[in-house]
Design a protein around this ligand. Structure first.
Ligand SMILES: Nc1ncnc2c1ncn2[C@@H]1O[C@H](COP(=O)(O)OP(=O)(O)O)[C@@H](O)[C@H]1O
Ligand SMILES: [Mg+2]
Length: 233
């Protein structure tokens, strides 16, 4: 059952259309991957869905209600969370202070559960700017999951991670979405990771959807192979 939907979304930056007539439908417990080359419009897509950028046409809906004109803050307060491509942890605070601040704002009763699942116990008392980059990305994921959002939009959680950190990150995303029945959109550069982790995949190229389906369907789609995967597929 779809709980969150983007329909016909078009976003322009001046004369450039970064996103043209793009659809996505997210369901609880389902991880929906979005892949595409650099500049394909993936971050713009998340910005339009999260309320950071108003689309020039198209709609965003939550439980069937049109929320296209709702602010990013309203969406966060109503169960639609996101993470950013660049880490957004607040440097001078300890991990615990940072997470507790977000938890207070978003009524999270089970912060300890998130911290434990992501293995952040060990670094809880360290200052955010002093922990390893890979751990900062885990803090970003924790922040997105605080407050039991029903929808999470993740923009390249594995950006800058080394291979085994990426594997672990995607396992955490998978486990937390399944356990918490979250409807997730996972934008990721690591194509193999997306094929391994996601139930459904949408492929963007030059701001348009060129394929959408199960990992098996997408992997063998001739347009995808031509435009994106090339000989790696
Ligand atoms: N703030 C902006 N102003 C102008 N053009 C932008 C802006 N952000 C992104 N773009 C352009 O929009 C296109 C899509 O960018 P983006 O959504 O960041 O792609 P991706 O996340 O897939 O790499 C690119 O051509 C990019 O240069
Ligand atoms: Mg991006």
């Amino acid at each position: 059952m779809t709980i969150f939907e983007g329909k016909g979304l078009t976003v322009r930056y001046g004369a450039i259309a970064a996103l043209t007539d793009v659809d996505i439908a997210l369901e609880p417990g389902v991880v929906h991957g979005v892949i595409g080359p650099n500049g394909a419009g993936k971050s713009t897509f998340i910005d339009a869905l999260s309320g950071r950028r108003r689309p020039s046409s198209g709609t965003v809906s939550l439980d069937g209600d049109d929320i296209t004109r709702r602010s990013a803050r309203w969406r966060r307060g109503n169960g639609v969370a996101r993470s950013f491509q660049r880490t957004s942890v607040f440097g001078s605070m300890t991990v615990r202070t940072q997470l507790e601040m977000v938890a207070r704002k978003n009524d999270e009763p089970d912060l300890d559960e998130i911290v434990a699942t992501l293995g952040l116990d060990e670094v809880a008392d360290q200052v955010c700017s002093e922990i390893a980059y890979g751990t900062q990305r885990s803090v970003d994921l924790a922040i997105a999951l605080i407050g039991r959002p029903r929808v999470v939009l993740l923009d390249e959680p594995c950006a800058g991670l080394v291979a085994d950190e990426s594997v672990k990150m995607l396992e955490h995303v998978r486990a937390l979405c399944t356990e918490r029945d979250v409807a997730a959109m996972l934008v990721e550069h690591d194509v193999e990771g997306v094929f391994r982790t996601c139930d459904v995949i949408t492929v963007l190229d030059l701001g348009k959807v060129i394929a959408s389906g199960t990992p098996a369907e997408v992997r063998t789609n001739p347009d995808v192979v031509r435009a994106y995967l090339g000989s790696a597929a």
